[in-house]
Design a protein around this ligand. Structure first.
Ligand code: NDP
Length: 444
């Protein structure tokens, strides 16, 4: 049995009840195989892969809080500090009822390579809770966030671990979390990113992940003899990533025609009205039925269905495993050119393979959605400098980072004779830097 197989067998035995984590590990190990085989003796002796797949630290804690009826509720909080070889742990917090240790581990593992790809000095981590902010009052969300941070604050710090948002954690939650950290620690520091602009946030951080997806897509198409301008785009999700992906797609001359949430989806052949979508999702926190009610050209459908719409470019921006094999077949049958992931691991392994085998340009989230964490790192830089850069300055840095990521993953794929395989390119390019740093730092 080869080293990669041996390590994956051990990971399967140890983490049998965490399918999302196994899926993420399998994809990475499979695609870095040529690098591993080249260095097998050294990696084996130093147990490099065994260390890579084992989080440095896992924190799990009780989060008690009181709801508006006076009833005490109890949730579980997590922070997984996966790998700090190239910088302090960095990665978002997810508040969603589906959260358990396997979800946080898969996200933390992916984060290691994503953060490496940004070219910035940030290690990988992730956290969250099974708390569901949906339908809760602002006071309930604040009570939860304060309790969550009362425990989490023991393990984070601006040079140690800097969380940010993810599903269910936006500006409101980051504000409550930051306030509680400052109150307990008596320290005004950049311990969280995605902060409001009045208290240390960076311009363009809100837009960064979605904009970054489009900057990378633009470069991808350009380098493959095509153009984003005039393309029809199918987007899933209607949260932070989806909204700003739709906005930037329009700015670049493309036409996004779909979006979705956890109960239904919209097809709007005239193009999504971003201002209306923001009003429904960011202000009213309502369902997409309200979008359809306010817009004549829009059709609303219950359930899933975004990938059945004919499009040139597909951008899955909602959640993991939302683009499955039948969706991939429908996209290919409809002539899709590119699938670029906005969410983390939205495409299943077999769907990814089907798209690649059918000549679709496919870029994994760890490369294409890295603009969010990259801009978070720019927020950390501004916080340390006690300066704020203009929107244009941050956006232009973001664009450079995304263009560099594209060329970096493209080059890595070419170096290992896998031209056009951006999954392999992203995993190899991300891994090489982390592996070098881990080897240099000894057995820790
Ligand atoms: P949001 O909470 O803002 O939005 C998530 C969107 O996806 C919502 O439309 C939500 O629907 C939908 N959704 C969530 N869970 C499910 C589900 N189980 N089934 C169907 N739809 C679902 O999150 P973000 O936009 O921040 O994150 C989206 C994805 O992007 C995630 O995978 C996240 O990890 C990834 N990501 C986010 C980054 C960021 O900077 N925010 C950075 C990099 C990656 P509803 O409105 O009904 O809840």
């Amino acid at each position: 049995m080869g080293y990669v197989e041996e390590v994956f067998e051990k990971v399967k035995q140890k983490n049998a009840s965490e399918p999302e984590f196994l899926q993420a590990v399998e994809e990475v190990l499979e695609t870095i195989r040529p690098v591993v085989e080249k260095n097998e003796e050294l990696y084996r002796r130093e147990a490099l892969l065994e260390r890579l797949v084992e989080p440095e630290r896992q924190i799990k804690f009780r989060v008690p809080w009181v709801d508006d009826k006076g009833q005490t509720q109890v949730n579980t909080g997590y922070r997984i500090q996966f790998n700090s070889a190239i910088g302090p742990y960095k990665g978002g917090l997810r508040f969603h009822p589906s959260v358990y240790v396997g979800i946080i581990k898969f996200l933390g593992f992916e984060q290691i390579f994503k953060n490496s790809l940004t070219g910035l000095p940030i290690g990988g981590g992730k956290g969250g809770s099974d708390f569901d902010p949906k339908g809760k009052s602002d006071r309930e969300v604040m009570a939860f966030c304060q309790s969550f941070m009362t425990e989490l604050c023991k393990y984070i710090g601006q040079d140690e671990d800097v969380p940010a948002g993810d599903i269910g954690v936006g500006g409101r939650e980051i504000g409550y979390l930051f306030g509680q950290y400052k109150r307990i620690k008596t320290s005004y520091e950049g311990v969280l990113t995605g902060k409001g602009l009045t208290y240390g946030g960076s311009l363009a951080r809100t837009e960064a992940t979605g904009y970054g997806v489009l900057f990378l897509t633009e470069e991808l198409l350009k380098c493959n003899g095509n153009d984003i301008k005039g393309k029809t785009v199918a987007v899933s999700g209607s949260g932070n990533v989806a909204i700003y992906a739709i906005q930037k797609a329009q700015q670049l001359g493309a036409k996004p025609v779909t979006c979705s949430d956890s109960t239904g989806w919209i097809y709007d052949p005239e193009g999504i009205d971003v201002a209306l979508l923001k009003e429904v999702k960011e202000v009213k926190r309502a369902r997409l039925t309200e979008y359809a009610a306010a817009r004549k050209s829009a059709e609303y459908h219950e359930g899933k269905g975004v990938w059945s719409i004919k499009c040139d470019v597909a951008l899955p921006c909602a959640t993991q495993n939302e683009l499955l094999i039948d969706d991939a077949k429908a996209l290919v049958a409809n002539g899709v050119i590119a699938v670029v992931e906005g969410a983390n691991m939205p495409t299943s392994l077999d769907a990814t393979k089907y798209l690649q085998d059918n000549g679709v340009l496919f870029v994994p989230g760890k490369a294409s959605n890295a603009g969010g964490v990259a801009t978070s790192a720019l927020e950390m830089t501004q916080n340390s400098e006690r300066l704020s850069w203009s929107f244009e300055e941050v956006e232009s840095k973001l664009q450079n980072i995304m263009v560099n990521i594209y060329h970096n993953i493209d080059d890595a794929a070419k170096r290992y004779d896998m031209e056009g395989n951006y999954v392999a390119g992203a995993n190899i390019a991300g891994f090489e830097k982390v592996a070098d740093a881990m080897l240099a730092q000894g057995i820790v």
